[in-house]
Design a binder for this molecule. Structure first.
Ligand code: GAP
Length: 501
């Protein structure tokens, strides 16, 4: 069933304008997606909810919006230039390039069967799993190249220096060098103008730590929050927007006095799990997974992932747990590294106690696209209900929490006459005036209009009918229960605002 569910969600996402393949009319671009009219509202609502809960509702967190391209030395100091890489392998049979750590594991020496060149009608071949202990995820072959590290950062060049021109001018010089020398010389030329698209928003908070201390009167424990695009040249991408090359992060760096870090880590670890529950993700589909010591990133003292049970297509057919957010105790690693690299003092001096220290950092790092996908998957439901003729039918409904639903209310005149469209427009205008995103629809049978809104996840439909003219009332139909309540026209705005809050 979950296999089927993901296909249906992908199809609904396209049909109703949540998510489209990027550049689709050109054949699409691998792992790049665009958000349509409903998708952009959904993702924006999730980011807004995050900002409200993580920044506006707290006195101890301030926001930041820093540039995507930063000084290249930031990535040297943070360790990303040397270490932000995945192990890459080529299959010698089908030529697929894949991530070694994502490949199916098999004991070295086990017999494998695969098709020549990975083609379905290719000759059946037999081989054995090599010393690596895994096989090609595409053809199952075990004859693989050695692993090599592939840096995930996107490199580009800044300024008027065109490295291609300089390389062209150095062709003769390069030809005289051996392979190692050529690589080094090319590296030197490229490095002159090389900059990188940030692979995480986090470093922006570390390099602005002193600016914020000096300008905002914040003192530990306090946090700096940022949402924005990050870029990673991911090798394995799949499952719609789960792992893409361009994505948005929602990160908080929370600076605390060393010694209080375990306590704050425990606090954020729980707070972040609760956030997803509060916004309607079902408890059974959420879990916190603590990292084993061997899994921890080089900078982390502790880390836990908030995971969601996605209905992804996989061999088990049951779906699988995927990371939504990591909560890490990054210690004083980043501030120390940037202090060393720049010679700037990034310690904090507490005047009352006369203590000086480099703060430890607790980092809840979430992905806006993954969260959007999880909210979409969790909201998806099919309900068997009789249609208007009393026959069995299926109602497809997205049961979003009203706070994140792309459209909060739809307004329908029952018929296109008797002043009902005009009355409906007045109600629309009053709702829009109060910042309630709503949608007007007067075409088709009322049942069809309700179904369209169910598929968009709209929690309330307001119908204007003959009684509206007589008694100044409308019906409000609630998406999940399908119950209809009659309320006064002048109560509509407050009623919807209260429910959406
Ligand atoms: N600053 C720490 C950091 O960036 P991360 O676990 O690499 O940690 C945090 O990323 C979150 O960003 C992930 O939990 C995920 O939600 C999101 N994310 C990371 N890589 C992604 C990708 N390629 N596509 C979509 N989301 C991604």
């Amino acid at each position: 069933m979950p296999n089927d569910t993901m296909k249906k969600i992908v199809s609904l996402a396209k049909r109703r304008g949540f998510i489209f393949q990027s550049s689709e009319i050109y054949g699409g671009l691998k792992a790049c997606y665009d958000y349509g009219p409903l998708g952009v509202e959904l993702k924006r609502n999730i980011k807004d909810a995050w900002w409200r809960d993580m920044v506006h509702r707290r006195e101890d967190v301030v926001g930041l919006d820093c540039s995507i391209i930063m000084h290249p030395d930031v990535w040297k100091a943070s360790g990303h230039l040397a270490g932000f890489s995945d192990p890459l392998v080529d299959c010698k049979n089908c030529k697929e390039r894949f991530r070694a750590d994502h490949a199916p594991r098999k004991d070295a020496g086990t017999e494998t069967e695969y098709r020549e060149n990975g083609k379905q009608d290719g000759k059946k071949l037999k081989g054995v799993v090599g010393k690596q202990g895994y096989v090609c995820p595409v053809c199952g072959g075990g004859d693989l190249s050695d692993e090599r590290q592939f840096n995930l950062m996107f490199r580009t060049s800044l300024g008027s220096v065109d490295p291609m021109q300089e390389i062209a001018g150095a062709v003769e010089e390069l030809a005289k060098l051996d392979a190692k020398g050529r690589r080094e010389r090319l590296g030197e030329i490229i490095a002159k103008s090389a900059v990188y698209l940030r692979p995480e928003t986090a470093q922006g908070m570390f390099v602005n730590f002193k600016n914020i201390l000096d300008s905002s009167r914040m003192k530990p424990p306090f946090g700096i929050a940022q949402t924005g695009k990050s870029y990673r040249n991911e090798i394995t991408t799949a499952n719609l927007t789960f792992r893409t090359c361009e994505f948005e992060q929602m990160e908080l760096e929370f600076f605390v006095e060393p010694g209080t870090d375990d306590e704050w880590y425990a606090y954020w670890r729980n707070a972040r799990l609760e956030w997803y529950k509060k916004l309607g993700i079902r408890e059974k589909n959420l879990r916190l997974r603590d990292h084993e010591q061997s899994e921890l990133a080089h900078y982390a003292k502790a880390c836990a992932d908030v995971e969601y049970f996605f209905p992804f297509e996989n061999e088990s057919g049951e779906g699988e747990w995927g990371e939504l957010e990591g909560i890490a105790n990054r210690t004083d690693y980043d501030l120390k590294k940037h202090a060393e690299a720049t010679g700037k003092d990034l310690s904090y001096f507490e005047t009352e106690t006369k203590k000086r220290y480099i703060p430890y950092v607790i980092e809840p790092a979430a992905g806006a696209d993954r969260a959007t996908l999880a909210f979409l998957c969790d909201a998806y439901d099919e309900e068997a209900i009789p249609d208007q003729k009393g026959e069995d039918a299926v109602r497809t409904v997205l049961r979003f929490h009203p706070r994140i639903a792309p459209i909060k209310a739809a307004v329908f005149p029952l018929v296109k006459k008797d002043g009902l469209p005009e009355k409906s427009r007045e109600i629309m205008a009053a709702l829009l005036d109060q910042g309630v995103n709503c949608f007007y629809d007067q075409s088709g049978a009322i049942g069809r209009r309700y179904r369209r809104m169910d598929e968009a996840g709209t929690p309330f439909c307001i119908t204007v009918d003959a009684e509206t003219n007589e008694q100044n009332t409308v019906t409000v139909r609630e998406r999940d229960s399908m119950q209809q309540t009659r309320i006064g026209v002048n109560e509509v705005v407050e009623y919807i605002k209260e429910k959406v809050k």
